[in-house]
Each structure stands twice: as structure tokens, then as C-alpha cells.
Design a protein around this ligand. Structure first.
Ligand SMILES: [Fe+2]
Length: 257
């Protein structure tokens, strides 16, 4: 069914723009979404404030009660700081107010683990999802040599890492033990909902399904960048995956504010 959704043809994209969600089967039980790219013009997510509003309206339609949006902090591509993120958040908050759109929104970040991040940890306070929890990601193609050192340093500063979309790191697929190791080292794991929908392909879906069946995830996130992602979530709410999510003890509700 999802293969139809991920088609690249223009006609299919137009069809997706008309997706509606059932009020009886939406994502409200999750409470908060804690991974998205809704701030305008500072990463590969929303390009304009209008995009931000469209995406946020869709999240409200899907029943979400709070949004913690997480722009990339990735020195080579998106050199965001607490200032760029804070300014973009303020722009969105002002636009929400002007348009009478009522949903609590705050910003954290999705930090890319590399040498720059290792310096950043020491230099300034990091933006957190809640309390001292920090969302991190890394290359999907190779394991960064400083991965476990970064985790250790974060923890020694009192932070708790949340590993974004572990199912997407291809080099872990043949070494499932690494996921356990991340957990044993105190990391939380965050599922991308789109992975279960098959959006990133069959292999990533298979790993996500397996991790979900083994109760390995703590949070789930939309990781929505644009309306196409949001439409996949809307369709997903009408499939059997919805019930899998509804029966899983995600901690997202604890993030509502
Ligand atoms: Fe992301």
C-alpha cells in the first residue's frame, strides 16, 4: 500500500496533498512529537514561515498536543546555534499567534556527532528535548570513530543521549548487538515513524519492526521535514501500524508541556 505513497510521479504527489486523517484514529495518544524540522530556512525542513504553519497545522489535525522541533546542527551543512534556532522559533511563534494557531511549541536540536560536536559539548549548553536529554544523529553510512566517546562525554556532562532513528544506520544492520550496546550505555532510542511505514525502504523497515517487537524504543518521532512526510503519517493512521503504535509504551506523553 505504501509503495503508492512513495511514488515519484507528480500525479501521485498531488493525490497525497488531499490526504485526510480520521478524527477517531489519529496520533493524539502520543501527546508530543519530539523530532521534526519545522523552523523556517535553517535546515532541510520548512523553507518559509508559511511552510512551518502548514506543517504545524497538519500536526494539530493529527492530534498532537505539543511539538518539540529539532533543527539539524551539522557544521558543514546547517551550522545552527542556539541563536539561529531561537530566532527561527520566535518567528514561528509570532506567526502562530497572528494566525490564532494554538499549540505549545519549543525547539531543541538534532546534533550530528562529529569532531565539531565534540568541541561543542565542552563549549556551551546544549538544547535539550526535556531535562538533560539530547537528540543526536550520525552518519548513516559509517560508524563515527568518536561515537562512544561522544556518548561518554555527554553523560559526564550530565546529559542523556537519545539516538535518533537507530534503524537508519546501515552499518548496524549486520551487527544488531550495537543497538543493545547503545542501550546498555544508557542511551535512549527514538524510532522514526516513517521507518515503520517503509518510507526509507524495506531493510530499514525490517530493522525497525524487529526493534519495535523487542521493545527497544523509548520515543517515536515524525522526523517530518515537509508535507509529503506528514501525509505518510496521516495515511499510516489508517493502517494496522496504528494499533502497533497505540499498544507500545512510548514515552512521548511525558514530553507534553
Ligand atoms: Fe531529523
Amino acid at each position: 500500500m505504501f509503495s503508492r505513497l512513495f511514488g515519484r510521479k507528480k500525479k501521485e504527489n498531488e493525490e497525497m496533498a488531499e490526504v485526510h486523517i480520521s478524527p477517531n484514529q489519529n496520533w493524539s495518544f502520543l501527546g508530543a512529537d519530539m523530532h521534526s524540522h519545522f523552523l523556517p530556512g535553517i535546515d532541510d525542513g520548512a523553507k518559509t514561515v508559511e511552510d512551518s504553519l502548514t506543517l504545524i497545522r497538519s500536526m494539530i489535525d493529527m492530534g498532537y498536543k505539543s511539538i518539540i522541533t529539532t533543527p539539524h546542527v551539522m557544521i558543514d551543512y546547517y551550522p545552527n546555534t542556539t541563536v539561529t534556532i531561537g530566532n527561527a522559533l520566535q518567528q514561528v511563534k509570532d506567526a502562530l499567534k497572528e494566525n490564532n494557531i494554538d499549540i505549545p511549541i519549543k525547539a531543541a536540536a538534532e546534533y550530528y556527532i562529529d569532531e565539531y560536536f565534540m568541541q561543542l559539548i565542552e563549549k556551551e549548553p546544549l538544547l535539550t528535548i526535556k531535562d538533560k536529554e539530547v537528540l543526536v544523529e550520525f552518519s548513516m553510512l559509517y560508524e563515527p570513530p568518536m561515537l562512544f566517546d561522544a556518548i561518554f562525554r555527554l553523560q559526564s556532562m550530565g546529559y542523556r543521549p537519545i539516538i535518533a532513528h537507530p534503524e537508519r544506520y546501515l552499518f548496524f544492520h549486520q551487527n544488531f548487538r550495537k543497538y543493545r550496546e547503545l542501550q546498555e550505555r544508557g542511551c535512549r532510542l527514538q524510532l522514526n515513524m516513517l521507518s515503520i511505514a517503509g518510507y526509507y525502504g524495506r531493510n530499514i523497515k525490517a530493522i525497525a519492526d524487529e526493534m519495535l517487537s523487542k521493545n527497544m524504543y523509548d520515543y517515536c518521532g515524525s522526523d517530518a521535514h515537509h508535507e509529503k512526510h506528514v501525509n505518510v503519517l496521516k495515511v499510516m493512521a489508517g493502517t494496522k501500524d496504528y494499533h502497533t503504535f497505540a499498544n507500545y509504551p512510548f514515552l512521548n506523553n511525558q514530553l507534553c508541556f
